[in-house]
Design a protein around this ligand. Structure first.
Ligand code: MEV
Length: 429
């Protein structure tokens, strides 16, 4: 079937209706959606096998970003996030990007770095020479530590030595992890080669662990957004482009702004990473280390004007897996991967970065035009209405009333509920 991520009117219908629409759009089975998502996708018994001292589970909202098209393919993208407006904003921005042909992604091979620290090295130059001279032997030992990966077409690819101090070096074994995130594989490699490396260096083994600065496993995504789709009620498209380019330059020039700019990107990236059962701390660590790779913290995504269009680019490490990992036992994470129908971990990485770029576009467009609070507050008001105990059928009305009153508080929501109930009972009399 042809998958589509364009589902008009999606946000207006009920949850069961949305599940039916997603099933039509992606081929996911409605029963499967219910079984995988009801109860948050994880029962206490299974959770007790994941981590220690379990008391229960902790649920988060599971939504989908619509309109996402990456390298000519449509994806309905699962997002797990607690912040109102993140899913809507990513979907809106993806619709604008779609008008310019969607996202174009380039993905590196899935190469992870295994770090072996060697200490008390008497002569770092000699040690480096000895290790590089034994390259083939070390790569063979590395492969022997991960035979399953080698059978799947992955394995050790390269060896590098970096001097860190007069008596300390670090050896990098670069490992192709195929569709696994690779942390366990790369750690096994580190432990498998460390003793021989120490022997060659005449030093001692220090740490043996992966690097989360997975800069050999980057994804680069670009998009081209026509000016007219960026226009707001009050500003023409070219003025909006101007504002977005200035927002980008602000982040390029100021680390204080770059941190917030990147936070907006990670709103989208993390939500996809969590929904697919991946390690979001690893992605966060890699993203921020990469952002600071030139010695100055920089934005992961930038925006420029090109003719009458806005062009956006993002580049960041993206160590994601579609196989292995304990979270893949999670019913909802497994559903996410089925719903996306990705062919590889690289394709998943391209989708996560595209949603990151969409989230960034939505944020900088809002900031450069109406300001973030207008849209944010409208959605925040729904959470407040829920927190005040509004009945599901009243949530939107109560939210609209407290936004109009410019008093988005639980007390105001309770007053709005009382007004609604009073007018409902007056109408019934
Ligand atoms: C809020 O979660 C994210 C933003 O602050 C991002 C940004 O400022 O670009 C709106």
């Amino acid at each position: 079937m042809t998958r589509t991520s364009r589902i008009p009117g999606f946000y207006k219908v009920t949850v069961p209706e949305r599940r039916a629409m997603v099933s039509d759009a992606t081929g996911a089975d409605v029963g499967d959606l219910a079984r995988s998502l009801d109860g948050g996708g994880l029962d206490t018994e299974t959770a007790d096998k994941f981590v220690e001292n379990v008391l229960g589970t902790y649920a988060m909202p599971y939504g989908v970003a619509l309109n996402v098209r990456v390298n000519g393919k449509d994806f309905v993208v699962p997002m797990v996030v607690e912040e109102p407006s993140v899913v809507a904003a990513a979907s809106n921005a993806a619709r604008m990007v779609r008008a310019g042909g969607g996202f174009t992604a380039e993905i590196d091979d899935p190469l992870m770095i295994s770090q072996i620290q060697l200490v008390h090295v008497p002569d770092v130059a000699r040690a480096t020479e000895a290790i590089l001279g034994a390259r083939e032997e070390i790569l063979e030992r590395a492969d022997a530590a991960v035979p399953g990966l080698v059978a799947r077409g992955g394995g050790a690819r390269d060896l590098e030595v970096r001097t860190l101090d007069h008596d300390m070096i670090v050896v990098h074994v670069v490992v192709d992890c195929r569709d696994a995130m690779g942390a366990n594989l790369v750690n096994s490699v580190a432990e498998g080669v460390a003793d021989r490396l120490a022997e060659l260096a005449k030093g001692e083994v220090g740490l043996r662990i992966l690097s989360n600065l997975s800069d050999r496993r980057c994804v680069r995504v670009s998009c081209r957004v026509p000016a007219d789709v960026l226009a707001t009620d009050t500003l023409p498209g070219d003025r909006v482009i101007d504002g977005i380019v200035n927002a980008s330059r602000f982040a390029e020039l100021d680390p204080y702004r770059a941190a917030t700019h990147n936070k907006g990107i990670m709103n989208g990236v993390d939500a996809v990473v969590i929904a697919t059962g991946n390690d979001w701390r690893a992605i966060e660590a890699g993203a921020h280390a990469y952002a600071a790779r030139d010695g100055r913290y920089a934005p992961l995504a930038t925006w420029r004007k090109d003719g009458d269009a806005l062009v956006g680019r993002i580049a960041m490490p993206m160590a994601l897996g579609t196989v292995g990992g304990t979270l893949r036992v999670h019913r909802a994470a497994r559903l996410s991967l089925r719903m996306l129908g990705v062919s590889s971990a690289g394709e998943l990485a391209a989708i996560a970065a595209s949603v990151g770029l969409a989230s960034n576009l939505a944020a900088v467009r809002a900031l450069a035009t109406d300001g973030i609070q207008r849209g944010h507050m409208a959605l925040h008001a729904r959470s407040v209405a829920l927190a005040a105990g509004a009945r599901p059928e009243h949530v939107d009305r109560v939210a609209a009333m407290i936004v109009e009153a410019r008093d988005i508080t639980v007390d105001a929501a309770r007053r709005a509920m009382a007004t609604l109930e009073a007018s409902a009972s007056a109408a019934a009399e």
